[in-house]
Design a protein around this ligand. Structure first.
Ligand SMILES: [Zn+2]
Length: 232
């Protein structure tokens, strides 16, 4: 059964501190914990860096060096896609497979805006990827939350048009789970068809949680998922 680890919102910067947290030291702790486990892929769901500078992506690459599983990344609102693709060209993806599962990404980032939006073009591409998938089960990943967080998080900073995304997701019965980051808090929601899981930040949480963490998913053959948040 494949095991996928998701980390999010690392906010690596040119200097150690970002948002008053030592984001580099924090990510190193997370990577030390992760690399002591056996797993099949590491997924990073955006805001790899705090300001999108070239040195911060290089720094991130160094911190990720102990990981020997494949690494897959998507951008967040703090990322600079040009810089990200320079350093992580091999790691960006539209979709990838783990046994009979497929992990599919959708871009939700708007230029110079904190909130997200999925464009008609991105939705069409998602729909086509989902339609063409020969996997039995699908996980969808994006940067922005697609549901109200029911917390102190300002939902106006999440995905602006979740109804457009749900129109596509609801057409595809193989989708078992949708995961994202951005809100810097761990949370779980269910809808009729699939689970919806928010990944905590490796840098710092925006709620009262003082730990840093990541999510791990055991993707079962039959479509069930054992998942949990690990905190440090
Ligand atoms: Zn973000």
């Amino acid at each position: 059964m494949p095991k996928l680890i998701q980390i999010s919102d690392c906010h690596i910067d040119d200097q150690a501190l970002a948002m008053e947290a030592d984001t580099q030291a924090n990510l190193k702790k997370i990577i030390a914990q992760i690399s002591s486990q056996k797993f099949d892929a590491l997924l990073i769901s955006g805001d790899l860096t705090h300001q999108g500078t070239a040195p911060s992506y290089n720094r991130l690459k160094q911190i990720l060096a102990p990981i020997d599983a494949p690494i897959y990344v998507i951008g967040g609102n703090h990322d600079n896609i040009t810089q990200l693709e320079k350093t992580f060209k091999q790691n960006t993806f539209n979709s990838f497979k783990l046994k009979n599962w497929e992990i599919v990404s959708i871009d939700s980032v708007q230029l110079d805006k904190t909130s997200g939006r999925v464009t008609q073009g991105a939705l069409l591409k998602l729909d086509q990827t989902l339609e063409a998938s020969n996997a039995d089960h699908i996980m969808v990943v994006l940067h922005h939350p697609i549901v109200p967080m029911n917390s102190t998080w300002d939902d106006a900073l999440s995905l602006e048009n979740p109804q457009d995304l749900f129109k596509v997701l609801d057409k595809h019965s193989k989708i078992r789970i949708v995961v994202f980051g951005h809100a810097h808090e761990a949370a779980h929601f269910s809808n009729k068809q699939f689970d919806i899981v928010s990944c905590p930040s490796t840098a710092l949480q925006y709620n009262q949680e003082t730990r840093i963490g990541f999510n791990e998913f055991n993707l079962q053959n039959g479509g069930n998922i054992n998942w949990q948040t690990q905190w440090i």
